[in-house]
Design a protein around this ligand. Structure first.
Ligand code: AMP
Length: 147
């Protein structure tokens, strides 16, 4: 069986994130693969029927959110011994960015949780589902305990 060489862990910093990261780390060790971590900050435009067009995030707020997310990313990367060059932070649609970055870094396995913030009820529209359908490499959806 071919070994994985570059594993991309998708981290959303929820309570389940640690279990997903542990699985990715164990696989990386087993396959002696490089482990990268990505967090995508959802770009949620604010809409208001009264104004019609989309009002984008305020610049300062985006920067503050980015700083907070980067701090979480660094902490998780340190906990799982992931080198700084393999820590990736993006803004946009999580599923699209995860798939795009996986291609860019030539990851051959993406590890996601079976659910995250959106819970089981929205699983069909979830990041895991989107990644599974669009990725060009293998995807492991780690089944989380309350599925
Ligand atoms: P969800 O779509 O919220 O149910 O999340 C399913 C899984 O997708 C999570 O367990 C994470 O592995 C991954 N994921 C969700 N949101 C993000 C995000 N913003 N950045 C990186 N990975 C994410």
């Amino acid at each position: 069986m071919a070994c994985y060489q570059h594993i991309l862990l998708a981290a959303d910093f929820t309570e389940h994130g640690k279990a997903v990261a542990e699985k990715a780390k164990a696989l990386a060790e087993l396959h002696q693969a490089t482990l990268s971590i990505i967090h995508v900050m959802d770009y949620i435009p604010i809409t208001d029927a009264a104004y019609g067009p989309i009002i984008p995030f305020d610049g300062d707020l985006t920067e503050q959110l980015m700083t907070a997310a980067k701090r979480q990313l660094t902490k998780m990367a340190v906990d799982f011994d992931i080198a700084e060059k393999n820590q990736i932070m993006e803004i946009g649609s999580p599923k699209l960015e995860i798939v795009r970055i996986a291609k860019e870094i030539q990851a051959d396995l993406i590890v996601v949780g079976s659910h995250g913030r959106h819970g089981l009820a929205l699983l069909l529209g979830s990041t895991a589902n989107g990644v599974l359908h669009h990725a060009v490499c293998d995807v492991l959806a780690v089944r989380l305990s309350d599925d």
